[in-house]
Design a protein around this ligand. Structure first.
Ligand code: PLP
Ligand code: COI
Length: 367
């Protein structure tokens, strides 16, 4: 792809003082100096690719994305190794998933090599923004939006794809400490045939009401159940979920409404290589509630790019019966489980370049 790199004046560059204390970055609060932007139109395809100053977009109030939410995004990270190398973790997977989301949302796809080139070139220019601390990284957010004007419900004939970068710490303020989840039959996230497998903004907007309910019950996130039976565990607000059941790392199988998480896939592949038994299957909330009490379910953890591996210490289950609201709870402990800890360390060792990746293509060094 032909990328024009526009200069930015020194006086417009932001202070990097925030990087001095990576522990206080939080997630997605700061953005670097530059962004990548490319346009798409029906007649020209992708064109006018630029890396330029991070700045506002100006949109007509009738721009389609503002009305009907034709939007998709990705999330991946650049890590700084001890010797200063900048490493991307499985970026090809993100690029492929972005195109799958684009197809589902009737948006244009982009050549995988071009999308990766855009990400790599931007990160290369912004490499000084990659935090130098284990646990912190440069979060990369490729995004595509519908930019044609109009109020008819139809696929836009114009789009912008852009990439922004955010030096970030852990997604949960708890860091690698157990969080509490709320499983409930009150709301659902996605249905088979719907858009749950796509990384599209509306999925997250639709989850906010349930997240508020979770907060009211002292929980960090919702543990979503399937929409038909309100029984089978699907995933969490911003991550997939896994349990250790009878010593097997067990995660819900991809049923058409769960996001195909790259961390989930990596943990299954890496776990097998480390000698763990792994399984993808239906898991009912009842199996977990009972299993945590009788000792067959010993651990629970979330899996995601932003969240990494996030231990879960407690699940509350809020369900509605004829007699009214009922809440039960099970605990896994106030310390991360042993297997979660092992996987977390292994994954971070690979991501921060301390260990050879177990498979080809897992790490892309930015040269
Ligand atoms: N599920 C949802 C709803 C997510 O937003 C994410 C985050 O990307 C994940 C799962 C985990 O996917 P990944 O590991 O590819 O980041
Ligand atoms: C990610 O983990 O990259 C995500 O996209 C989660 C995000 C919604 C915070």
């Amino acid at each position: 792809m032909d990328i024009e790199i526009l200069p930015i004046e020194k006086e417009n560059m932001k202070s990097k003082d925030i990087l001095k204390d990576p522990d206080s970055l939080g997630f997605g609060n700061y953005f670097t100096d530059r962004m990548f932007v490319v346009k798409w139109t029906e007649d020209k395809g992708w064109h006018d690719a630029k890396i330029k100053k991070y700045e506002d977009f100006v949109f007509d109030p009738a721009t389609l994305v503002l009305h009907y939410g034709q939007e998709i995004f990705e999330g991946l990270k650049a890590f700084r190794s001890k010797n200063g190398d900048i490493l991307l973790f499985r970026p090809w997977e993100n690029v492929k998933r972005m195109n799958r989301s684009a197809e589902r949302m009737s948006m244009p796809t982009m050549k995988e090599e071009d999308m990766l080139e855009a990400i790599v070139e931007l990160v290369k220019l912004e490499k000084d923004w990659v935090p130098d601390k284990r646990g912190a990284s440069l979060y990369i957010r490729p995004t595509m939006i519908a930019t044609e004007k109009g109020l008819g419900v139809r696929p836009s004939k114009e789009y912008i794809f852009f990439v922004i970068l955010s030096p970030s710490g852990p997604y949960f303020k708890e860091g690698f400490k157990p969080i509490t989840l709320l499983a409930t039959d009150k709301y659902v996230r996605a249905v088979p045939g719907g858009v749950g497998e796509a990384k599209t903004g509306g999925n997250y907007a639709a989850s906010l009401k349930a997240k508020k309910l979770a907060k009211n019950y002292g929980c960090a996130e919702v543990l979503w159940l399937d929409a038909y039976n309100k029984k089978f565990i699907e995933e969490v607000g911003a991550m997939n979920i896994a349990f250790v059941i009878n010593d097997v790392i067990t995660t819900p199988r991809l049923d058409g409404s769960i996001l195909h998480g790259i961390t989930r896939k990596s943990v299954l592949e890496m776990g097998k290589k480390l000698g763990f038994k792994v399984s993808e299957r239906e898991i009912s909330i009842h199996e977990i509630m009972e299993g945590a009490q009788n000792g067959s379910v010993t651990e629970c953890f979330g899996l995601g790019t932003a969240a990494s591996i996030a231990p879960v210490g407690e699940i509350k289950y809020l369900h509605y019966e004829e007699t009214g609201e009922n809440i039960t709870s099970v605990k896994f402990g106030d310390k991360p489980g042993k297997i979660a800890e092992r996987l977390y360390k292994e994954l971070q060792d690979i991501q921060y370049g301390e260990k050879e990746p177990p498979f080809e293509g897992w790490i892309l060094k930015i040269e």
